[in-house]
Design a protein around this ligand. Sequence first.
Ligand code: TXA
Ligand code: MG
Length: 327
Amino acid sequence: MALVDCANALLNDGICILPTETVYGLACSAFSAKAIRKVYQLKGRPSTNPLIVHVLDHSFAEEISVTNEYSRKLAKAFWPGPLTFILPKKKSIPDEITAGLNSVAIRSPSHPTFRKVLDQVQLPLAAPSANPSNKLSPTKFENVVAAFGKDCPPFIDGGQCDIGIESTVLNLTSTSPSILRLGPITKDAIEKVLGIQVGCERIILEQTGGTKARQSPGQGPKHYSPNTPLFLYSTMEQMLRSNAINEGDILILPCAKPPLFFPAKKIHQLYLSSTGHPKEITKNLFKILHDADKLKKKRIHVALFPLGDGLLSAVNDRLSRAATERF
Ligand code: TXA
Ligand code: MG
């Protein structure tokens, strides 16, 4: 689809698939209740889970939300880019976007195609990840076509998304900011810019055994699931010792080197990277999970990454929610 046709569709209550630097988005005008309903329907998304709105810059965010000192500082440091703010909403944002909440999720994407479309339409664009609810996020337009089949909306192909996982979501509605979804912009990086400590709901949930009410409706424990059952191990050593790995299963490994051999069994091995670099692993995470699904095998086995790297914590978070079984 040509960019101009996409802009026209968006100006006329239409929806389309656009690349962002994180994952592909299912875009519509944030002011069109009709288009918003189409987005919820196509994704099969519960009406209680609000959408995220994309803007060109912080001054556009000011038109639809009550911004503050934190959002200004962070936008200066990280926008355009993969950081989403939750801010008190202004009246112009319809309740359909926010699922009735009085806050709205906003980010400014850096992908040149998405920015060109934003510039043409001069509207905030809602765009949740372009996957059926709870399924794997798409990092290539082929993933979107495969997921929606004949119902797939028109799209612009932007190749494989550079970052590969969804933006960090940061709650800025109170004086103590807290991370609601781990992502490419790490807790450390945010704290460095703000000069204060920020909370992290994921960590609190783990500490309280998950009893605390969720502040972000889309952050349920099960999400991002492949169709193939995924067995998740705490460490690589544990995975390699597992006797749950059977003939024909798929093993996902961080790096192509060193090669691993299972002389007695035929095991499919897929690699998240050629270098072991966290950015490359993150970029390929959903791509490899989609590839694994296409093989239509009985099980996928993968291990969590050791704690320490902020980006890989976000990868661990996605793996935890994709898991069918934990070891
Ligand atoms: O990188 C991204 O953020 C991608 C690209 C396309 O921009 N979008 C994306 O959208 O991941 P979505 O809808 O799949 O995830 C947005 C998350 C959801 O978990 C949703 O529950 C949460 O943001 N969210 C939206 N509005 C919120 C609000 N007012 N308060 C708390 N959480 C909110
Ligand atoms: Mg999503």
